[in-house]
Design a protein around this ligand. Structure first.
Ligand code: SAM
Length: 304
């Protein structure tokens, strides 16, 4: 029908901020406002049937609601009060998969503007320590506003190059989790893909980005108590994704990949099928890549 979205459009995703509210309360609030709750999506095509004020719970991620792509919440009370975060589904994957428990010490290495930081704080229930770094002072000040609105209190922001953060410092001795979402080509962002400019795949730029991403990843693995690291980009280029992870694992054999969400339809390029990819066609999101690395257990810890 004319109301159906096409397979190349992205719905509006709304993450419920559990630091301020919960899924049931947000659903009730929206129903009272005339939105029509359709239950939990059971397949991808359910998202294409959204129109007007209909909404669904997401197929894979808890605390994520899905609306028709035209829905705008920027002036909505729930957004202004920090009860909901407007964040693409793919960009919710890293914090959801890392899932640091309350009380843990976590680093967000390239954090601004902070949507993933606020998601990490929600999984930690604001308990523990969340060290967030970014090189860009202007983006960090946007981030302070965002975290304040979201009710995040367990963070410590630093305007610092992550590559200069000392893994041996006693401040980070309890850090077991790192989220690394470094600068990338942005080639997965649908608005950029539509541009016919050749810039996003400029080979020299891609090579420089991939070298930077690998340096960040290698640096992150130096934190002595690190157990799990999630690496993500909004790039569709293997050079910034599978290639970076492959080189890193060759250089750090004490780490291995975790097999992510078996039910997720789009996988990393062979042989890195433990990793996830996302795209408009397969997952109704922007283009994205996620890998989860974990430290191998010591031989004495292996179960026989
Ligand atoms: N994780 C963020 C979020 O979900 O809102 C988005 C991060 S964005 C993809 C990459 C960020 O890395 C930019 O804000 C950029 O300023 C920052 N950055 C680039 N080089 C950096 C470095 N060497 N150390 C720390 N941050 C860096």
């Amino acid at each position: 029908s004319s109301q159906q979205n096409q397979n190349n459009t992205i719905p509006r995703y709304v993450r419920v901020n559990t630091l301020k509210t919960n899924l049931e309360d947000v659903i009730d609030y929206l129903k009272r406002e005339g939105f029509s709750y359709q239950g939990k999506a059971s397949r991808l095509e359910d998202l294409d049937r959204l129109s007007g004020k209909m909404f669904l719970c997401d197929l894979h991620l808890k605390d994520l609601l899905v609306f028709c792509g035209k829905t705008d919440f920027h002036e909505h009370f729930l957004y202004k009060a920090g009860h909901i975060i407007l964040q693409d589904k793919a960009s919710c994957l890293p914090a959801f998969l890392l899932n640091p428990p309350p009380g843990s010490h976590v680093i967000d290495a390239c954090a601004a503007p902070g949507n993933k930081t606020s998601h990490l704080a929600a999984t930690m229930n604001n308990k523990g320590k969340l060290f967030a770094f970014d090189l860009d002072a202007k983006r960090l000040s946007t981030m302070s506003t965002l975290l304040l609105r979201a009710g995040v209190t367990c963070h410590q922001l630093a305007n610092q190059d992550f590559l200069t953060v000392d893994p041996q410092s006693s401040e980070y001795k309890e850090v077991k989790y790192i989220l690394l979402d470094p600068s990338c080509s942005g080639s997965g962002m649908v608005c950029l893909q539509d541009e016919s400019s050749g810039a996003p795949s400029d080979p020299e730029r891609l090579q420089a980005l991939a070298a930077f991403q690998l340096r960040c990843l290698n640096h992150a693995l130096q934190f002595p108590r690190l157990e799990q690291l999630v690496y993500s980009t909004c790039s569709i280029h293997a050079q910034e994704n599978e290639d970076v992870v492959t080189f890193c694992l060759q250089q750090n054999p004490e780490f291995r990949l975790v097999h992510l969400l078996p039910e997720w339809p789009e996988r990393g390029h062979e042989p890195l099928t433990h990793c996830l990819r996302a795209s408009t066609v397969m997952t109704r999101t922007h283009g994205f890549f996620v890998a989860l690395l974990e430290r191998r257990p010591l031989p004495s810890e292996e179960i026989f």
